[in-house]
Ligand binder design. Sequence first.
Ligand code: GRF
Length: 206
Amino acid sequence: MAVFVSGRGSNLQALIEGIAEHGIPAEIALVVSNKPEALALERAERHGIPTAVFSPADFADQDAFADALLKRLYETEIDLICLAGFTLILPYRLLAAFPQRIINIHPSLLPAFGGKGMYGMHVHRAVLASGAKYSGATVHIVTEEIDGGPIICQEVVPVEDDDTPETLAQRVLEVEHRLYPRALQLMVEDALEINGLRTRIKQRAD
Ligand code: GRF
């Protein structure tokens, strides 16, 4: 699998640790960042994971960017992509090349507080401004609709009366770190049945 990052990389760290702790049969073979300064790249290197920087600004157009990235993913025999704080909207070619094989973590209870412009602190500010009493984290399959693909798993986080965007973000992040490895496990074990936007754990015959 590959993990796509743009920043801090705490979810990348949670995936690395989750794979080891829970014996998830997955190998992070590549970490891709669109930003050369991403702290996540240092985390990957510390764990001996190969890294690559692909920035659209270095390519003539979106197609050239997508083709170069795809070439690298195929060379590395990637068959699952986890977005972990990746701030770019994926080119259509990439989505088409990995149908139902790209997953993302989002710091709210989707479909609430998702979509264009809803990332990072924008999400937590919007949750507080709405007066919602609960927020949470969601892992979902990536489709063309931003934050709109089938939901793999979610966990609820209460909003406290004196929360600031920062304190809420921190409480949600702790949940993200246990949710993402769980979602990864379901994906690599091919445990999900997907029907439209609904997913369920497959019933095994045995
Ligand atoms: C997380 O809150 C994640 O839900 C969102 O971006 C943030 C990334 O944090 N997509 P990190 O880089 O994994 O620490």
